[in-house]
Ligand binder design. Sequence first.
Ligand code: ITT
Length: 195
Amino acid sequence: MELVIATNNKDKLREIKNIIGEKFDKIYSLKDLGIDIDIEETGSTFEENALIKARTICQFTNLPSLGDDSGLSVNALDGAPGVYSARYAGEPCDYNNNINKLLSELEGKKDRTAKFTTVAAIVFPGGKFITAEGAAEGEITLERCGTYGFGYDPVFYSYDLKKTFAQATEEEKNMVSHRGRAIRNLLEKLKEEIR
Ligand code: ITT
């Protein structure tokens, strides 16, 4: 089976490819296929947005397509930035500004617990689809720590790893991350689906 990864985010693309490994005959990025579109994320949940991305690219390519919608939900901020994680500090997405805004919103707050969530979806030509979720629990640090990863990784202290995601190698992060868990769950469902 061939698969298109329906993301414009090169950091997510790299992680998704590493998590999936060698399980498909061929994996294409949007760039590989010369597709340059900005998909509007009009959904109000991670699942809706993951399906919007996967459906749009499946219709475009007529190949099974995988969408990933992810975000960071902070308890003291009533779940924000959540589905708006990419554009928290405005558009276009700027990782540094997003972290600055997050740290300033959390100033003086005692509860810094947070959760990363990914919903991953594969849509098949003809419209059938599967979805799966993964989460990673942790808290927001007082300052940036570490240089690996992307996005909010420098300020996300993982309870699983006992360090920030930006202090972890990509292999370590993928073992416990929201994205690693979501994609592995999705691949399990895919196996059942094609059995
Ligand atoms: P696509 O929609 O093209 O896939 P995107 O960056 O817009 O790319 P999302 O809508 O899922 O993707 O946005 C999620 C944002 O949340 C992302 O831009 C990062 O700022 C952050 N994020 C997602 N996964 C993350 C991770 O593993 N580590 C740190 N930050 C992450």
